[in-house]
Design a binder for this molecule. Structure first.
Ligand code: AMP
Ligand code: MG
Length: 411
């Protein structure tokens, strides 16, 4: 029997997360492909996208109203001569000539402000009578006009390389006239469940058997993080077949294993990986759920051994596997960010571990509060289904009172 990684290294949550981030920072995907703009949703940009002209390209009216000189509105009400109308899309040669002192031009949102006018007064503060408009409210110079190039100058980078395309990014790319964009190839992530008691979801489980939910939750998380799941099925708790499947998994960009990393007699995952020459960066983290989580590498291929309990698998993917997968996908690193909410009812626990417990955030506006989803341990997928976040309990806390602010990690 090959030696297990010695000594086992159990890190704090922060240490373990930093180890993963350190490795993630070294990864540079190289293979790119061009995809249609809409197909780029969720993909990672492989090239920066720059403004192809000034944004906005002309001085743009932000309101329907009258373009005029702000200095004309010192004594209100004031009546000005209306010299014409400017619609959105009006070509420059059709614009009214210069707006002079004592004059105004009717203008619509999105239209170019006439030369000479330095502000737009909203139509709500005016009344029109024939060719004359009476204005009842003052504006400052620049009000309701967006200066040309004020949002972005021609050539300025709108989206950096490494950006994940979301609807906001799609808007920027569309504004710059891009019908297709260059993105990184999607990394392939092998998913291997282990355990003699685990059966495929299409099979009828015996009374002693458990359906394989982990391969599916992981596949969903992989897709969400920008990877393509490759399902390797279920490995029995036997070294030889486990080894064959692990070797197969190591042909992909990343290998995720679930189960078989605890201290049981048939927890063979670390042993088999050690036989394959794995380096182990950590073999546990002081967290709950997910304490036996393993991170390492065989030659240049990374793997995670995630504990088999379904909630542990899900949590450890989010905390550790996601940042590495995002880096393999080419995404710029981002910090783990927490939001805060008031605790609805007291939590009692033991000190020593940082806990990520399924929580339920509810209540609108200032009434938002969070409570435990009432779980029965790290196998409780039903509690997970009732929850929408994780409540994060620091390792030095044993009791958190109702009404205290707690950190939560959104799902
Ligand atoms: P292990 O980490 O192998 O000790 O497994 C811990 C617990 O998670 C056991 O109760 C397993 O039955 C359960 N488990 C392991 N793998 C899976 C899986 N793929 N789907 C659902 N439950 C699992
Ligand atoms: Mg097992």
């Amino acid at each position: 029997m090959a030696a297990l990684p010695q000594p086992p290294s159990i890190l704090t949550f922060e240490e373990a997360r930093h180890v993963v981030e350190g490795h993630a920072a070294q990864l540079r995907p190289r293979i790119k492909e061009r995809v249609e703009l809409l197909a780029s949703i969720g993909r990672i940009l492989a090239e920066p996208i720059a403004a192809d002209r000034d944004f906005p390209p002309f001085r743009r009216a932000m309101r329907d109203g009258y373009a005029l000189r702000a200095a004309d509105l010192t004594n209100l009400p004031v009546t000005l001569e209306v010299i014409g109308e400017i619609k959105a899309g009006a070509a420059p040669e059709t614009l009214p000539r210069q707006v002079a002192a004592g004059q105004a031009a009717a203008i619509m949102t999105g239209a170019p402000a006439a030369d000479g006018a330095d502000a737009v007064v909203m139509v709500e503060y005016t009344s029109l009578s024939g060719q004359r408009v009476t204005v009842t409210r003052a504006v400052a110079s620049g009000d309701n006009i967006v200066a040309a190039g004020s949002e972005a100058r021609k050539g300025q980078v709108l989206l950096h390389h490494g950006t994940r395309m979301d609807y906001g990014a799609i808007a920027s790319a569309a504004s710059a006239g891009l019908q297709s964009v260059s993105v990184f190839r999607l990394p392939e992530v092998a998913i291997l469940s282990t355990g003699d008691e685990i059966v495929e979801i299409g099979e009828r489980p015996g009374p002693h058997q458990i359906r394989n939910s982990n391969s599916y939750s992981l596949a969903a998380q992989v897709q969400d993080a920008g990877g393509v799941p490759k399902m390797l099925g279920i490995a029995r708790d036997e070294a030889a077949p486990l080894r064959r499947l692990i070797e197969q998994g190591l042909n992909h960009d990343l290998l995720l294993l679930t189960g078989g990393v605890s201290m049981g007699r048939y927890d063979l995952v670390e042993q088999v990986l050690a036989e394959l020459g794995a380096e182990f960066f950590f073999t546990g983290a002081q967290i709950q759920p997910g304490r036996p989580v393993v991170f390492g590498r065989v030659q240049e291929r990374y793997f995670f051994g995630l504990p088999g309990n379904p909630i542990s698998t899900m949590v450890t993917f989010e905390l550790f596997a996601r940042p590495l997968l995002e880096a393999l996908a080419g995404m710029a690193a981002r910090e783990l960010s927490f939001v805060h909410a008031r605790l609805k009812s007291e939590i009692k626990t033991k000190a020593g571990l940082r806990r990520f417990l399924p929580g339920l955030l509810s209540g609108e506006f200032e009434q938002a509060e969070v409570e435990l989803a009432g779980w029965h341990g790290s196998g409780d997928v039903a509690a997970m289904a009732r929850s929408n976040c994780y409540i994060v309990i620091p390792p030095d806390r044993e009791r958190i009172a109702a009404g205290e602010w707690v950190a939560i990690l959104m799902r």
